[in-house]
Each structure stands twice: as structure tokens, then as C-alpha cells.
Ligand binder design. Structure first.
Ligand code: SF4
Length: 370
């Protein structure tokens, strides 16, 4: 049963927003905030005030006190990758010991387990493996569609797609049309990191540029493949870099409307070439709250409890987040960099209920499922 909005307290007290009154005024009037407003929110000391504004926007977009989540499994089909991103501890370069490509039967076994657990989505991502051509992906997608038609294939982030396109000597549109015809349904927004080439050329110099990432998503949306958008902050990025990231996402969303959700997580430094330290939870809450306020054309903002832990994930529900993301039956990428949070479904639902919301399952398209 749904709880009515009046049982909650969605509206912040305007008296609490001193120092950012003009921004708050614009938000309450339903106006857009500017990039300089977003930068000011990053510098505003009182994070509770920023969170209250984000909470206000969340309730305006989602008046029912529902928090959604999806039963999904992350299948990392290969860890072979020549790109060597400085923040990644997951890859093995071609020829290295420990490099793998999952056999189809192993992937199907994982999908069967997912199906048995009531799963509705598989999130497939992997390294940029020179041995895997477009035909390998098409063949896999067709077989997955045939065996598990009820599991949505949410797969291949822009870095993978751009590489598949390059080695297949096709255009982005042809590549995506072929993958879509084979069964691809949605694209994960991974690999966005920070959409600014100063940051990208330092942390992942061999990966796609910000323009390439945006263009891949533009074409995906054009051919009818929706996607999520992500952000990995906390490496060498400045406030201006994060705002620039938001600007590029909002601009593309104005153009295509193809992003279904936004998620952010902090750089996980353990064992990586880049090293450094982990951004604190308060930085996560501030960043996700500003994303909710600035990205006014995004319906959904996901929690990232895999990197932040379930408690901060729960707190983020009052900082603009309306979706608890995926139940991770398996996660190999951030866990390779020292991040190992895992929560059973019952515990996830309890966290949502304890925060004052009703948990509801959804699919990749954000349709509620029973
Ligand atoms: S982040 Fe992706 S592209 Fe970069 S090294 Fe890791 S697997 Fe390869």
C-alpha cells in the first residue's frame, strides 16, 4: 500500500536556505539553475540545505513515497582490455595471466540463476578485448534473447561500443542498429567518468574523449536505445569539472530525452595505478544532491550503495535519490578496487522502509513490476 505524501515531509523550510536564497527561489519556481549556481552549491557549507533543495525537487518529480530498485545481475563477460585506465584494477592486458572471456554456457548459467531469483535485467560490461568482434556480440545477444526473453539486455558502455565500431570499421549508427537488431535493449552509462578531456586524458588517456562518449549516447538515443548516465568523481576533478559534466549531460538530455537515470560514485583507489584517497561520504551526498537539482530533465537519480555502503545509500534517499539501483548478485569491477558492499534484497527493502518509503521493483525502463 502506498503512503500518501502528507505522511512525509517533502518540503524544506525556506528559512534553512540562507546564503543560497536566490538559487532556492529559482528551484521553488521550477526554473533551471545555471552552472555558476551549481558551482555555488558545491561551495555552500551547509550540506543539509543543499540536500533539502534536492529533496524538494525529488518530491516534485515523484510525489509518491516510492523508492524503486531492480533485480539485476552484473555480468563482466571479459576482463581483457588494452586501455589500462589509471583508476581500474579490473583489467588484464591481452596475453596476461588471469585474462578471461566467459564461455557462453557460463553466461547462460548466470542468467538462469538471475531468472530463478526473479531478475529482470542483466547488466553486461567488459574490457575492450581485441579478439571480440561485432559478430561475437551479435551472436551472444541473439542467444540470450532466445533463451531468456524476459531478461532485459542492458549492455555495453560507450567505451566498448566505440571500440567495437572501430574494429568493425562501421559507423556508430550501423554498429548500434546491428546490436539492437540482435537483441540489445538499453545501454549502461559507464565510462563517463568526468566528461572533460583534461581529466580524461590524465586518468584514462587511451579511452574515448568526452565528445565521443556524448556522441555515442546521442546516436544510441536516436536509434531507440535508451541509456543511463553516470559520473565517477573524486580523482583529479575540480568543482568546475563536475559542473561541466552535468552541463554536457543536461544539454544532451534536452536534445534526445534518452537518458533514463543518473548515478554517481566516487573513484575507488585501492590497488590502482592512479592511487590517492577515497572521497568522503559527505562529498557523495553533496554531489548527488546537486545532480538532482541541476539535472532537471532527468527523472531518476540512483543511489550508489555498492560504493557508499547501505547506510549512506539510505541517507541519499533524502538527498534527491528516488531509486536504489540494482541488487547486485555479482559485481567485479569496483570490488577489484577494494569496494565490497553487498546487500540482500530483504535488507535493501528494510533500508528503504526505515527511511520512510515504500520499496517497489522496477525494470530497466523504470516500469513497476510485481
Ligand atoms: S575501466 Fe574499462 S576501459 Fe578502462 S581499463 Fe578498466 S576495463 Fe578497460
Amino acid at each position: 500500500m502506498l503512503v500518501s505524501q502528507s505522511q512525509t515531509s517533502p518540503l524544506p523550510n525556506p528559512a534553512l536556505t540562507s546564503g543560497i536564497d536566490d538559487i532556492a527561489e529559482r528551484v521553488y519556481c521550477g526554473e533551471r539553475i545555471t552552472e555558476s549556481d551549481a558551482a555555488r552549491l558545491f561551495s555552500h557549507q551547509n550540506i543539509v540545505e543543499v540536500g533539502a533543495l534536492a529533496d524538494y525537487v525529488r518530491w516534485k518529480k515523484h510525489p509518491e513515497p516510492i523508492v524503486t530498485y531492480v533485480i539485476s545481475r552484473n555480468v563482466n563477460y571479459t576482463n581483457v582490455c588494452w586501455v589500462r585506465c589509471g583508476f581500474c584494477n579490473f583489467y588484464r592486458v591481452p596475453g596476461d595471466e588471469g585474462g578471461y572471456v566467459l564461455p557462453k554456457e557460463t553466461i547462460f548459467q548466470k542468467l538462469q540463476e538471475l531468472s530463478d531469483a526473479g531478475g529482470v535485467e542483466v547488466l553486461m560490461q567488459g574490457g575492450l578485448n581485441p579478439k571480440l568482434k561485432l559478430e561475437w556480440y551479435e551472436d551472444l545477444l541473439r542467444d540470450m534473447r532466445e533463451r531468456f526473453p524476459h531478461i532485459i539486455r542492458h549492455a555495453f558502455s560507450p567505451a566498448e561500443l566505440i571500440y567495437i565500431k572501430k574494429i568493425s570499421r562501421l559507423s556508430m549508427e550501423e554498429t548500434l542498429q546491428r546490436l539492437k537488431a540482435a537483441g540489445l535493449q538499453s545501454i549502461p552509462g559507464g565510462g563517463a567518468e568526468i566528461l572533460d578531456d583534461r581529466v580524461r586524458s590524465f586518468i584514462s588517456p587511451h579511452k574515448d574523449t568526452a565528445d565521443e562518449w556524448i556522441d555515442c549516447m546521442r546516436v544510441a538515443h536516436k536509434v531507440g536505445l535508451p541509456s543511463t548516465a553516470t559520473m565517477m568523481y573524486g580523482s583529479i576533478d575540480t568543482i568546475d569539472d563536475r559542473v561541466e559534466h552535468f552541463r554536457r549531460l543536461r544539454e544532451l538530455q534536452d536534445e534526445t530525452g534518452g537518458f533514463t537515470a543518473f548515478a554517481a560514485w566516487n573513484y575507488q583507489p585501492d590497488g590502482t595505478q592512479l592511487g590517492g584517497s577515497r572521497a568522503p561520504a559527505i562529498d557523495y551526498l553533496r554531489t548527488i544532491a546537486i545532480a538532482r537539482i541541476y539535472l532537471d530533465n532527468f527523472d531518476n537519480v540512483q543511489a550508489s550503495w555498492v560504493t557508499q555502503g547501505p547506510r549512506i545509500g539510505q541517507v541519499s534517499l533524502r538527498y534527491g535519490v528516488n531509486d536504489f539501483g540494482q541488487t547486485m548478485m555479482e559485481e567485479n569491477v569496483v570490488s577489484a578496487a577494494g569496494c565490497v558492499f553487498a546487500v540482500p534484497i530483504e535488507e535493501m527493502e528494510r533500508l528503504i522502509v526505515d527511511a520512510g518509503f515504500t520499496p517497489r521493483r522496477r525494470n530497466t525502463r523504470y516500469e513497476l513490476v510485481s
